[in-house]
Design a protein around this ligand. Structure first.
Ligand SMILES: C[S@@+](CC[C@H](N)C(=O)[O-])C[C@H]1O[C@@H](n2cnc3c(N)ncnc32)[C@H](O)[C@@H]1O
Length: 231
């Protein structure tokens, strides 16, 4: 099978070692991921057509997803968080998977309450198991679809997502005035769930948000930071 990219499937078959490097992305998985990202960015109303198969795919991947973690995985999110001022009080990681992004945000912003949401029950169960019972309730995970998030208007002052298709309307809806949105891709243009900088700029503009930063992290990851207008 034709293969492209690096990292996305890192370690999935125990092939990950300093000698072999991360396992490349199967071309089919790359094309499906890219098609879904484009579809969601341009025509989010078509999402129900692929939602079921996409969710089943991620339910199956939950068991092995953690094996592909690598240094570059979180690097673009970490770089984007440096652009967020002041420190958020409430933050969310959409499509959190096993919760890596949410846990990074919680570490970088020690006073923030952080939520992680994912439409895969199994991902959320595993993410929640990583933190156990958090007595302060500072970090928590919940099942929910990025297309129809189970949160009120103006719930967060930071909405982040790493390697996940972008539903601009929902990001803008749950973000408070003046809040930040981050869209990051661990392997830049080689990431299956990648949305181009131009599409991000257009999409955020459409929902009344402005770009404040974009860049590349160590390892070729990319990030984009937008802000909603203050009232
Ligand atoms: C490529 S993984 C990324 C996981 C995590 N952000 C990371 O980088 O490790 C994509 C994740 O997004 C979730 N996802 C995809 N589409 C979603 C949607 N519409 N709503 C909520 N979660 C979604 C999947 O279940 C999966 O956990």
């Amino acid at each position: 099978m034709a293969r492209i990219g690096r990292g996305y499937d890192r370690g999935m078959a125990g092939q990950d070692s300093p000698e072999s490097g991360p396992r490349p992305i199967p071309r089919r998985a790359f094309l499906i991921g890219r098609t879904i990202s484009e579809l969601v960015a341009r025509a989010p109303f078509l999402w129900p057509l692929v939602r079921g198969s996409s969710r089943r795919f991620w339910e199956r991947r939950a068991e092995t997803w953690g094996e592909r973690s690598s240094v570059e995985h979180l690097a673009p999110l970490a770089a984007a968080l440096l652009e967020v001022h002041p420190e958020p009080e409430r933050a969310i990681d959409i499509g959190t998977g096993l919760g890596d992004g949410a846990l990074l945000i919680a570490r970088e912003f020690p006073h923030a309450r952080v939520r992680g949401v994912d439409f895969s029950d199994e991902m959320v169960r595993r993410a929640q198991a990583r933190i156990g019972l958090d007595p302060d309730g500072r970090v928590a995970f919940k099942v929910g679809d990025a297309a129809n998030l189970p949160y009120e208007v103006d719930s967060f002052d930071l909405v982040a997502q790493l390697n996940v298709p972008v539903f601009f309307g929902e990001v803008a809806r749950i973000l408070r005035p003046g809040g930040h949105a981050i869209v990051a891709a661990s392997w830049g243009t080689e990431t299956p769930f990648y949305t181009s900088e131009a599409a991000l700029e257009r999409g955020f503009q459409r929902v009344g948000m402005e770009r404040i930063a974009a860049g590349e992290s160590v390892g070729g990851g990319t990030y984009f930071v937008a802000r909603s207008r203050a009232e």
